[in-house]
Design a protein around this ligand. Structure first.
Ligand code: TXA
Ligand code: MG
Length: 316
């Protein structure tokens, strides 16, 4: 075991908080069976106590201990996508603390696909309750530096696994109601879930208090304006005419417009989106114009995050 994993395990066993990389975004991990440690996660994020946390485990076999039972659909999805960017919502086992589940009878389970996350989970030997390692309502961190900016002293240890490969959060599939539904499009395309289950799977707005499904979640300070690709130039010109500091997220013609680099394919957009939103704010732009992604792959997840980031903020 590497010294940093050993130290992380020591921190977790003592009830501390360890931020760790996953393939989607960085997580803020605590021992999911230690309710005091779980309470610290909520305090560190400024997150309301009724917003449930995902329990991360090392493999499908370990997931069984957290569920009352695993339906056939769960087994099929676990086999195909774990380790990977998929979270399954199932009825929880009786001994899963309700502090983790936001008071609900269901639990979210996921096996992340990142070598450091898996090494940590194996060495720890239990479940890690881990939301994205950002302050409540802020953009999820995709590098260790983002975590440090977001949480500073509130986290005891940050494991640095480099930039996240997927860049948007896991796809959440709810299997607790008898009919599979997607509560959050994410790193596994909706079509791939449907193909595995052999049926259409609706994407629904959760009736559970879910920060990732709040309309104004993931909001940067700047106004984000999402348009069709062909409308980018006119939109930029319009905002500039109003005297606002405008930037394009993408690949505008060099020299003509301020640009924050963002690939145009959905997977590239997913990987870079959150870092790009941070850069927009860091460089002090007032308006960021982004072309919505084309169809397929992670386009749904990317469009979902862009839409949320573009929603006007609700008053505090
Ligand atoms: O990719 C990810 O899922 C990342 C990495 C760190 O694994 N985690 C993440 O956690 O995005 P968080 O807490 O930021 O978002 C988890 C979402 C929330 O919207 C939460 O409400 C929902 O999952 N969730 C968790 N447990 C749930 C449950 N039992 N029922 C319904 N929704 C649940
Ligand atoms: Mg989050």
């Amino acid at each position: 075991m590497s010294p940093e994993i050993a130290e992380a395990v020591r921190v977790l066993r003592a009830g501390g908080l360890v931020a760790f990389p996953t393939e989607t975004v960085y997580g803020l991990g605590a021992d999911a069976r230690n309710v005091a440690a779980v309470a610290r996660v909520f305090r560190a994020k400024g997150r309301p106590a009724d917003h449930p946390l995902i329990v991360h485990v090392e493999d499908a076999a370990a997931a069984g201990a957290w569920a009352r039972e695993l339906p056939d659909e769960a087994r099929a999805l676990m086999t195909r996508f774990w380790p990977g960017p998929l979270t399954l919502i199932v009825e929880k086992a009786d001994d899963v603390p309700t502090e983790v589940t936001g008071g609900q009878s269901t639990v979210g389970l996921r096996v992340p696909d990142h070598p450091l996350a898996l090494a940590l989970l194996r060495a720890f030997g239990g479940g890690l309750a881990a939301p994205s390692a950002n302050r409540f309502g802020a953009v999820s961190p995709t590098t260790a530096a983002h975590v440090a900016i977001e949480l500073g002293e509130r986290v005891d240890l940050i494991l640095d696994g480099g930039p996240c490969r997927v860049g948007v959060e896991s796809t959440i599939v709810d299997l607790s109601t008898g009919r599979a539904r997607i509560l959050r499009p994410g790193g596994v395309p909706v079509e791939d879930v449907e193909q595995t289950l052999g049926t259409s799977v609706p994407v629904v707005v959760s009736d559970v208090r879910a920060p990732g499904t709040h309309p104004s979640h993931y909001a940067p300070r700047a106004d984000l304006v999402a348009v069709d690709a062909r409308d980018v130039d006119a939109t930029v010109a319009g905002h500039r005419a109003l005297g606002r500091r405008v930037v394009v997220l993408g690949r505008a013609a060099p020299g003509t417009t301020d640009v924050v680099e963002l690939p145009e394919d959905p997977e590239g957009m997913a990987r870079r989106l959150y870092a790009a939103l941070r850069e927009v704010d860091a460089r002090g732009f007032e308006v960021a114009v982004v072309a919505l992604p084309t169809e397929g792959g992670l386009s749904r997840a990317v469009a979902d995050r862009i839409r949320r980031a573009a929603s006007p903020r609700t008053p505090d």
